[in-house]
Structures are given as C-alpha cells and as structure tokens.
Design a protein around this ligand. Structure first.
Ligand code: FAD
Length: 435
C-alpha cells in the first residue's frame, strides 16, 4: 500500500498518524521540529502543549470532559496518554507535559507502520495527505495553502469577539432588530442609557490586558482596521458610540426610543443558540472580559462559550472548503485536522485528528469515509465547522451550544448537560458498531 502522509506532529497529527497505522496502513509522519521551530514550540517532541498543560474540565457532563470520554471510547492515543500522565488539577484533565509528549514520541516512533521524517514540508504533496500543521503553520506551507485554497479562504490572524450562549442573555432587556429595520430582525440589541454607557466605558479602560507576544505584535500591525474594543475606549468617550456601539437606526420597539448606545449580537450557529458580540475583538484578560462585558445590560448573566482573542492563527475557511468527513471538497484525498480547520483547543485537535486519520485510512482501504453523529461533541464540532456561515467564520471550541436540541425543555443545567452526555455516548456506541 502507498503510505499516507501526515504533516505536523502536534495534537491532531499525532492522533491521525496513530489511527492510520492502527488501521494497518503505512504512514510517513512529517514534523519540522527540531530543524525548524514555530514561535511557540520549544521541544522536539510530538504533541507539545504550547501553553497550559490542561485539556479542560474532566467531568463528562462538561463540554471538554464529554469529548475526552468520546475519545476514550474511540481508543484515542492522545487521551489515553493524557490519562496515563495526568497530574492533580481540581476538576481538569491536566498532564505532566514533558512525560506526556515524550511517551507519545516513543510510542509512535516504535510503531512498525510509522516512518518519522523530521523536516519542514513546504508544499502539499500528492497522494492521500492529512494536513495538521496548526495555528503556526510554517510560512512556505501557508503560502502553498494560500495558492491552493485562494486568499479569502485562509486567515492568518484571529480577531474574534466573545460568543455568548443565547439562553443566558436577558431577553427582557435585549431586543431583536436590524438597523433601520432593514430585512428580517437579525440582531439581538443590548441598549444602554448614558449612565450605563459611561460606567461601561470607564471599566473597559481600566480592565487588564493580556501580554502580546512579539511575533503577534508583528502580525497585529496589519489589522489596524480591526481595533480591539478597549483600544477604541482609550481613544475617547464617544469612539465606541461612533463605532460598534452606535445606536443610529435602532429604536427599542418596546419604548419607541433610541438608546444612548447599543451592543449588537449576531447569530453564530444555524440553531440560534450562540451569539457573537459584534466588534468586540479584544486583548483583555479572560477574567476581565467576563467582569466588564457582564456590565452590558442584558448580559448580566452571560455565559461565554468563547472569549475574545487577537492572536496569530492560521486557519482555513472550513465551511467553504471542507466536508464534515474532513476531506477537502476539491480534493477528497486531502484531509485536514486541528486548529488549522478552526476547531479550538488541545482536545478538539485530538478529536479532529482521530476522524481525519480514520478517514484517510478508510480511503486507502477503499472504504467509505465516516461522519461522526452530530449529537456527539466530536460530530457537533465538525458539523459546525463544515456548515457555519463562511462569511463570519471564526474558530470554535467544544461547547454544549452547538449540540442539537434535546427536544424537551430541561431547566436544570447539570441535568440538561447530563442528558446531552447520555445521548452522545449512546449514539457513539451505535455508530461504533457500524464500522
Ligand atoms: P499544533 O499542536 O500546533 O501542531 C502543529 C505541528 O505542525 C507543530 O508541531 C509544528 O511544528 C508542525 N508544523 C507546522 N508547519 C509544518 C510544516 N510545514 N512541516 C512540518 N511540520 C510543520 N489550546 C489549548 O487548549 N490550551 C492552551 O492553553 C492553548 N494555548 C495556546 C497558545 C498559543 C501561543 C497558541 C498559538 C495556541 C494555543 N492553543 C491552546 C491552541 C493550540 O495551538 C491548539 O489547541 C492545539 O495545539 C492545536 O493542535 P494542532 O495539532 O492543530 O496544532
């Protein structure tokens, strides 16, 4: 059999290479380190955790915990080694990062069907290929991806606003409307009076920012058009009111009055469970974002599935380019996984890697590629990234907001999340029986 080429020995590539080899198909596994390092990686080992050592909450009625459990059921090598090298971290699955990465490196190097090649791959090769080069894909390969996909299908910078769970928004305060009543009412609007606006403006200017890394400062220069919300606040009392918080064309249909300022939220997913805060890209610390953004009327109890970020991040416009099987629409023998396709976080990368590797092997063996059930966290994430609006596509972490509705209203959150978990694991078990 012709070997499958996996490019990138991060979280996604490691899982993909292992699944291919376990299916009996040979793999050529490329990793550029230690010959070349990304600005965030420091070791030569596989699946290096570039920042935190945590894979997120462990309980299976939490979003990442459910994804861990699905991956355990699917014999993921990344989660099995994370379990083996876990260190105490409250309710989170955190690992001894050195032992974790070293063990994975040895385990994969010892697999008879995996041939390790150290060195950068500058262009996408022929044959069956899994791309898993992550948010800091090397410049040459990024340029080749650019060429293959077209400029509007690849982003180099992630200036994302926070995403809020719809049902945590106070609908007694927020109202649906589009500016000047154009078309269908498409935005949720959080109105502010002058006093509320000035209080918000003051707190925003005082909130603490994250440290910007040098390599990110370089990229950020190109994005003057996309100013962080706190930078707008620093520029003057009314800057935000002439920018994303402008109230023109928006009157509160309950009072008939135009608010002093308005924060708008745009629907993020097809089901309308997730709402994106328009124009709120930010460098504030995560705790500060929660504190300050909850001062916005209607968002007092906002639950955030993703907080705002501004950092270097190479990612594809997956909804435009890919199927939920992780195959490219234009070239079904090319698959991709990890942060490169716009899922976010270590666990999500392992999950995509699992499916991309499994499907690459199935293609080599003449079998139909698989689609994960949309009721599982893995399936919901991949359904999201392959069907979201291409126009506003931004990376997405695992969260319950992307799962299909349960069909019954359950008020208690732990109970609802428990039901999501039970449904997911039951559907995963019957899916597994089919292959
Ligand atoms: P990576 O793990 O980055 O793996 C990609 C691999 O491809 C790397 O080993 C790289 O060397 C290699 N590579 C790149 N180009 C080439 C090439 N041309 N040829 C050969 N090899 C190549 N997520 C979290 O869950 N928690 C965090 O705390 C966190 N912090 C982060 C901090 C930073 C600074 C960044 C950039 C990201 C962070 N993330 C975090 C997101 C994180 O990158 C992903 O969750 C995860 O690492 C993605 O896995 P991946 O396999 O897609 O990419």
């Amino acid at each position: 059999k012709q070997p499958i080429q996996v490019i990138g020995g991060g979280l996604a590539g490691t899982e993909a290479a292992w699944q291919i080899a376990q299916a009996g198909v040979p793999v050529i596994f490329h990793e550029m380190r230690p010959k070349r390092f990304s600005p965030a990686h420091h070791t030569e080992h596989l699946a290096e955790l570039v920042c935190s050592n945590s894979f997120g909450a462990m309980a299976s009625d939490r979003a990442t915990g459910l994804l861990h459990e699905e991956l355990r059921q699917l014999n993921s090598i990344v989660i099995s080694k994370a379990d083996e090298h876990a260190v105490p971290a409250g309710g989170a699955l955190a690992v001894d990062r050195g032992k974790f990465s070293q063990d994975l490196t040895e385990t994969l190097s010892n697999h008879p069907l995996i041939e390790f090649r150290r060195g950068e791959v500058p262009a996408i090769p022929e044959g069956i290929v899994v791309l898993a080069t992550g948010p800091l894909t090397s410049p040459d390969l990024a340029a080749d991806l650019h060429r293959v996909t077209g400029i509007e299908y690849l982003s180099f910078f992630d200036a994302a606003s926070p995403i809020v769970v719809g049902e945590s928004i106070n609908h007694d305060v927020a109202f649906m409307a589009s500016r000047y009543d154009k078309g269908e009412a498409a935005y949720l609007n959080c109105p502010m009076n002058k006093e509320q606006y000035l209080h918000f403006w003051t707190e925003l200017r005082q909130a603490e920012q994250t440290e910007i890394k040098d390599f990110e400062r370089e990229t950020a220069k190109f994005f003057e058009a996309c100013l962080p919300i706190e930078e707008q606040a620093h520029r003057g009392e009314d800057t935000m009111r002439y920018g994303p918080l402008k109230p023109v064309g928006l009157s509160d249909n309950r009072t008939g009055e135009r608010p002093y300022a308005v924060v708008q939220l745009r629907q993020e997913d097809k089901a309308g469970q997730l709402w994106n805060m328009v124009g709120f890209q930010t460098n504030l610390r995560w705790g500060e974002q929660k504190r300050v953004f909850r001062l916005i009327p209607g968002l007092e109890n906002a639950e955030f599935v993703r907080l705002g970020v501004m950092h270097r991040n190479t990612f594809l416009n997956a909804p435009q380019l890919m199927h939920s099987t992780l195959q490219f629409k234009q070239r079904p023998t090319l698959l991709a996984a990890g942060q490169l396709i716009g899922t976010e976080g270590y666990t999500a990368a392992a999950a995509d890697g699992w499916l991309a590797g499994t499907n690459a092997a199935r293609i080599a063996l003449g079998k139909e590629p698989l689609t994960a059930p949309p009721t599982t966290m893995m399936g919901a994430l991949l359904e999201f990234i392959s069907s979201a609006s291409p126009k506003h596509f931004q990376p997405m972490p695992p969260n319950f907001g992307i799962l299909p509705d349960l069909g019954v209203k359950i008020k208690s959150k732990p109970e609802r999340y428990g039901r999501y978990r039970d449904r997911s694991l039951a559907d995963l078990a019957s899916w597994k029986n089919q292959f």
